[in-house]
Write a protein that binds this ligand. Structure first.
Ligand SMILES: Cc1cc2nc3c(=O)[nH]c(=O)nc-3n(C[C@H](O)[C@H](O)[C@H](O)COP(=O)(O)O)c2cc1C
Length: 191
């Protein structure tokens, strides 16, 4: 399982504690961890996009620029963890997704113009925690749509809400969500 950690607050992150507790419930899983904060990723700019387009045109997908995309394509299962920020997720996750969405590598087009995903994962898990109540989680909705484009048919959300409503209860809400991991498949409900 490829674990993509976008938990900006590191060891203080509730989202990190939540997904790490989940991983303990599936101990046999071999994980490969990518901590986005440690990668120094930059958004694509005019220069790097032109370089990427040249490499794609030559199908030079063994280039280092595509390392994250190859890793994403080859994973059997993917877990993405990111806190709920500004109705979705931190921009660092968008930058990562920009780097893994590569035409010709993680997705492509048929001759009649249909988009086809090339990623091998059968399932993507999305972990998040929210200060309030998000309603429809636009972060998950976006990740699920992009995953489908990349060929990953199933996406499941594990979202805990209401963590910041009463600071004195934040820990209790998180612990209740962690305790519930053993008894439910996935959740978009309140903690
Ligand atoms: C920059 C920033 C933006 C946030 N935006 C929202 C928001 O739009 N809605 C909300 O309910 N909570 C929002 N929150 C609160 C977080 O979702 C909440 O505290 C969450 O549990 C943080 O997860 P973490 O401990 O993994 O960092 C925001 C927090 C930060 C730091």
């Amino acid at each position: 399982m490829l674990v993509v950690d976008c938990c900006i607050r590191g060891e203080d992150s509730a989202t990190r504690r939540y997904y790490q507790a989940y991983l303990k419930t599936v101990p046999q899983t071999e994980t490969e961890l990518v901590e986005l904060e440690k990668l120094g990723l930059e958004p694509l700019n005019r220069e790097t996009l032109a370089r990427r387009d040249q490499l794609c045109a030559r199908r030079a997908f063994d280039h280092g620029m595509f390392r994250l995309a190859r890793q994403f394509r080859d994973a059997d299962e993917i877990l993405i963890a990111a806190p709920f920020w500004d109705l979705s997720f931190p921009s660092l996750l968008k930058v990562y997704l920009e780097h893994v969405s590569v035409s010709g590598l993680t997705f492509g087009y048929t001759q009649d113009g249909r988009c086809v995903g090339h990623c091998k994962a059968g399932k993507l898990l999305y972990f998040s925690t929210c200060g309030g109540f998000a309603g429809e989680n636009l972060g998950f909705a976006y990740v699920k749509a992009l995953a489908a484009m990349l060929g990953i048919e199933r996406s499941e959300a594990y979202v805990l809400e209401g963590l910041d409503l009463d600071p004195a209860r934040r820990e209790a809400v998180l612990e209740a969500g962690i305790a519930a991991l053993n008894t439910r498949e996935s959740s978009t409900g309140a903690g």
